[in-house]
Design a protein around this ligand. Structure first.
Ligand SMILES: [Zn+2]
Length: 156
């Protein structure tokens, strides 16, 4: 199925169910679509869904309006009887890191703002862009996101 919102790229295995426009927030309800997930311990694919759970993630603002993603994800049973991981949660690392409350691109943006200025200035700028955050969160984003490597130039 093609992406109904071409201006908002979706990760593979992710489907937009509904978009709700609130007075001050945009809510995107999404769900996982892949028929299987890979066990993080043994690497075997499983299609044995055991339960569902919901994640609430802050995403980049849309024209200054905060965006909240409500994602329904699944827990799978590992198919390898010898694997020590009996149940595991499916992951989309390009969308959200494990145990994250913000999308990866939200954290990367905070980190970039923090590298360009002080944590306090980055926090003010982020809030002006619709990204609710704190100086501590900017500092944590800086630690969690490695600084991109810049090419070095020799001066003779
Ligand atoms: Zn396993």
């Amino acid at each position: 199925m093609s992406n109904p919102l071409p201006i908002m790229p979706l990760a593979d295995g992710l489907k937009l169910v509904i978009m709700m426009l609130g007075a001050r927030t945009i809510h995107l309800v999404m769900e996982m679509t892949s028929s299987f997930a890979t066990c993080p311990v043994c690497g075997k694919a499983s299609n044995k869904i055991r339960s569902f759970y919901k994640l609430t993630l802050r995403d980049l603002a849309w024209r200054g309006t905060p965006v909240i993603i409500r994602l329904t994800a699944r827990r799978f049973a590992c198919v390898d009887r010898d694997c020590q991981q009996r149940i595991f949660c499916e992951r989309i690392p390009e969308l959200v890191p494990a145990h994250g409350r913000r999308t990866a691109r939200f954290t990367e943006t905070l980190s970039a703002l923090g590298r360009a200025s002080s944590a306090e200035a980055a926090t003010r700028l982020a809030r002006n862009l619709g990204l609710s955050t704190s100086a501590d969160t900017v500092l944590r984003a800086n630690r969690a996101t490695p600084e991109p490597k810049m090419p070095t130039h020799r001066v003779c």
